[in-house]
Design a protein around this ligand. Structure first.
Ligand code: HXC
Length: 268
């Protein structure tokens, strides 16, 4: 059997990154472009997307912005079809767009629930479905969804997001089996606390909350978005050609470190 290309050279490849105007989405877009790929960044607001495009093009890369709310299935299909038409291919999709806020479950309104489910779960399906039409026709493609470990362990205050991310994992595993023989891989990446404005404002707004979050990470620090992008690049590349339906946790051991029985000597 011929071994896959073991480089992460994305030359002549095309990626679509939702939520590409900030944080992890921006870092993945920059990483993909730095390895020679062409990147389309999607998001609701033009300004942050333009900033991402500016950073990429200033570094000699190729990037284009497309304004699009992932909750609008017709618009998602329209822009992804447009990318396929302009470039003749869609090699990668990164489902990174997310919405989140901390609220006790009993205080979450049906509309608040719906807003997050629509962005995270439905938006991921709309983009996945649209990109897959082109990937399945080409017999190759890689789809990566950004989730969180509370997809399986749950987390007080984020019932909407945890349920949506759990749904994304189930979707990923289901479609990985459906599409494996047709060359389309789907994986998830589960970052731990990462230095981004969006997550910071939504989840650790105060200094006290930030210290609590940092103390919960056995590695003792937040992740840099570039570190998450590095793992994303691996999963998007042919180096991961035999990896599909999987979740890669990149969290400094945060979720494994929840044991209450830890010996003082082991945690010092
Ligand atoms: C309670 C809230 C709320 C809050 C919004 N709502 N914020 N309820 N507490 N803090 C309710 C509103 O009252 C409304 O319900 C409903 O949610 C929709 O709110 P809108 O503001 O109209 O929605 P919209 O403008 O569409 O904005 C969507 C959003 C917003 C999800 C609410 O926060 C957003 O767009 N966020 C995108 C960026 C983001 O959140 N990034 C963080 C991702 S971090 P009612 O009933 O009043 O009409 C992440 C990391 C997780 O996911 C992993 C960490 C380890």
């Amino acid at each position: 059997m011929k071994l896959p290309d073991l480089s992460d050279d994305f030359t002549d490849r095309v990626a679509v990154v939702t939520g590409g105007g900030s944080g992890i989405g921006r870092a993945i877009a920059r990483r993909y472009a730095a390895a020679g790929g062409t990147v389309y960044v999607l998001g609701r607001r033009e300004e942050p997307l333009a900033e991402t495009v500016g950073l990429i093009t200033a570094a000699g890369g190729r990037a284009t912005l497309l304004t699009c709310d992932v909750r609008d299935a017709a618009r998602v299909t329209e822009v992804i079809d447009g990318v396929a038409e302009a470039e003749g291919r869609v090699d990668a999709l990164v489902n990174n767009a997310a919405g989140n806020f901390v609220v006790p479950g009993e205080e979450l309104s049906p509309n608040g629930w719906k807003a997050v489910i629509d962005i995270v779960l439905n938006g991921t399906f709309y983009a996945t479905r649209a990109a897959a039409q082109h990937m399945l026709a080409a017999g190759q493609g890689s789809i990566l969804s950004v989730i969180a470990t509370y997809a399986w362990h749950g987390h007080p205050g984020t019932v909407h997001s945890a349920a949506a991310k759990g749904g994304v994992v189930a979707m990923t595993r289901t479609l990985a089996v459906e599409w494996a023989a047709r060359g389309v891989r789907l994986n998830c990446i589960a970052p731990g606390p990462t230095e981004t404005e969006g997550a910071g404002q939504a989840l650790w707004g105060s200094d006290a909350a930030r210290s609590r979050v940092q103390a919960s990470v056995p590695a003792g620090r937040f992740a840099d978005p570039a570190e998450i992008a590095e793992s994303a690049a691996f999963l998007l590349s042919d180096r991961a050609a035999y990896v599909t339906g999987e979740v890669l946790v990149v969290d400094g051991a945060q979720w494994l470190g929840k044991s209450v029985y830890t010996d003082d000597r082991a945690s010092s």
